[in-house]
Every structure is written in C-alpha cells, then in structure tokens.
Ligand binder design. Structure first.
Ligand code: MRU
Length: 344
C-alpha cells in the first residue's frame, strides 16, 4: 500500500530485525518500529504496535524465525520450543499467530535459514490472499453501496490489501462509488484511527460512527451491507472478531442487511468445532478507562475517560454465531458458514 510516494507492507524482515509500521502512533505519526530480538517482536505484538489477524500472523512467523537465529546451537531445540510458547502467549485469540508460529517452528527444526525462508513465504502468501479476497468480495459490492465495517481489517491488519477493506479497495479501483461507515471500535479505536486513515489515503468517502450507532443507521435503511474481518473461525462457521461485531451481526440480521465475514482459510481453526471453544483474550482495564492521543499542539497525553476508582472489563473479541453470517469471503471463494469443510 502506498503512503505518500512509497510502497509499504505492514511488517517485513530486514536481516535479524523485524520492522513494522507502528500502529499505536497512527494516524498522527507514521513511524517504523524495529524489533531486534524475538522477545521485542513479542512485546510489539502484545502491545499492538502490530495488530490485525494477518499482520499478527506474519509478525509471529518472523518472531519465530528470529528466535531460531538467536538460539544457541547447544540447546537449539529447547530454546526454540520455549520461544514458540512465548510467541503463542502474546495474543491467544488470533488463529493466524498459531498458524504461522507452528509452520516456522517446524521449518526451524531443520535450520534457522529454513525458518527465515518459511516466515518470508508466509508473509508473501498473506499478501496474495488479501488480493484474492478483494477480488471475490468486490463481486458482492454494488455501485453506490453504503457499507459498515468494524475494527480495522484493512492493509494495516494484513501484510497488504487487508480482508474486510480489500473488496472495498478493489471496487474503488473498478470505479464503483461507495460510502463507508467506520465503527470507531472502542476501546482501542481501530476504526476511528486506522480504518479512517486508510480510507482517507485511498480517497474513499466515509464517516466514523460511534460504536452504538450502527443499528440505528440500519433501521433507517442507510446501510446496504456489513463487511468485517475475523480473528478465528470455528469449523461450524462461528466467527471470533473484534468486540462489538456480535451486536452488529444481530442488528444486521434483524434488519435484513447482508453481513459478510472476510478471512483467509488460515484463519479457520478446523480443530475447533464450535465458537464457544474459542479462547477470548482479556486485555487490561486501562484500555477502557484511559485514552491516548495528541492535543492541538501535538503533545501526547493519556487522559482518564471514566469515573476514577471504577474498574473495567475488557474482552478484546466476541463470537458471532454462524446463523447471523450471510457468507464468508476467502481467497478460495465465497462460502456459506455451513460449507467451510469444503475449504479444508
Ligand atoms: O485486536 P486487534 O486490533 O489485533 O484486532 C484484530 C483485528 O484486526 C480485528 O478483529 C479484525 O476485524 C479482524 S482481522 C483483520
């Protein structure tokens, strides 16, 4: 994706370093964060310097490759097994993290070089998957559509192209007109900060809406379709995605608005039969109680946005039952949630 005149991917390797666009600074500052060791990459994943299903997967793959290069020859297997556990502990809901870590770990058992090659090829595959999701998803978008999206599932959430925004970018390139409603996505504001930033870069008309505005807009026939990403999909078609997705899906179902999920096949956890088995990440209550950002002079602040002394509960994801999902758009085609087994 282009930022200014330069082409960027969200995450990439540069020798032993893993480089990533620092998503905690966007949309105010465009900075590259460089993780020198696998533990630094783990911290970056945990703190959401890099975030989003596909980008987390690529970063985790690169972290595993870093760990293989760092491991002492004498205790190689023990060290990389320990590193795999560290990486997998960073974001428990994100299926792509486990998918990539496992594959790079297996390659790394042969040699650090094999691990590096595997991590790179997984990141490249992720780019291709996003592109194909865009092509399939575009076929569902009619010219003049009003589309709601939740969280950020654009190119920042993948290595490039994205999942939920990929069809929108493709439709734009084909000359279709659209208007996008971006849910702000509390508490981390991925919609208000990242999706809005991407859409502005792409010159796509949009508005940020409060998280609780979607149902009302649907009730007024202002939304033609909802497109979201996914962090883990159970074999029965239930979808874990950013907290707040479930409410949108129920509202869309109620008002007869098509609700589409986009994800590469690597996000499907065929070993997980039902959505209730998906582990939901609980994040720090601080994320709900405080917000961060610059003042008018650009000075960075962390401010309280809730009654001092009160606690918060902060589940990062929810699970939308398959019955509310019109279709899942993957790089292999568009399938009904009940047909996922065909992609195995
Ligand atoms: O917690 P995050 O920002 O890493 O959330 C993951 C996501 O990007 C979303 O849930 C998204 O909708 C799915 S994947 C692109």
């Amino acid at each position: 994706m282009k930022v200014g005149n330069n082409y960027y991917t969200t995450v990439w390797a540069d020798g032993q370093k893993v480089c990533m666009i620092d998503q905690t600074k966007l949309p105010y500052h465009f900075e590259i964060f460089e993780a020198e060791s696998y533990l630094q990459t783990c911290k970056a994943i945990k703190n959401m310097v890099v975030r989003g299903a596909g980008a987390i997967g690529a970063a985790a793959g690169y972290a595993m490759a870093q760990a293989c290069r760092e491991a002492p020859k004498a205790r190689y297997e023990q060290a990389i097994t320990r590193a795999r556990k560290d990486i997998e502990a960073t974001r428990p809901t994100a299926q792509n993290l486990f998918f990539a870590t496992k594959r790079v770990y297996e390659a790394g058992k042969q040699s650090p070089q094999k691990a590096v090659e595997k991590a790179r090829s997984l990141a490249e595959e992720n780019i291709d998957e996003g592109k194909k999701i865009g092509e399939y998803g575009n076929t569902l978008i009619k010219d003049g559509s009003n589309i709601e999206t939740h969280c950020n599932a654009g190119w920042l959430a993948f290595v490039d192209h994205g999942s939920a925004l990929a069809p929108i970018y493709r439709a734009k390139r084909e000359g279709k007109k659209m208007f996008i409603y971006a849910d702000e996505t509390r508490p981390r504001g991925q919609g208000a900060r990242l999706t809005a930033w991407e859409l502005k870069n792409e010159d796509i008309p949009h508005a940020i809406i409060a998280d609780n505005a979607g149902a009302w807009l649907m009730a007024q026939n202002k939304i033609d379709m909802v497109i979201v990403g996914a962090d883990r999909i159970a074999a029965n078609g239930d979808v874990a995605n950013k907290i707040g997705t479930l409410e949108k899906a129920i509202a869309a179902y109620h008002y007869g608005v098509p609700f589409y999920v986009t994800a590469p096949v690597s996000t499907i956890d065929f070993a997980c039969d039902h959505g209730r088995e998906i582990v939901i990440e609980e994040r720090a209550e601080e994320e709900v109680l405080f917000q961060e950002g610059p003042d008018a002079q650009g000075k960075w602040h962390k401010i309280s946005v809730s009654s001092p002394g009160s606690g918060a509960v902060n589940p990062a994801f929810d699970v939308t039952p398959a019955q509310y999902i019109s279709a899942i758009i993957t790089e292999k085609g568009i399938v009904e949630p009940s047909q996922l087994q065909n992609l195995k």
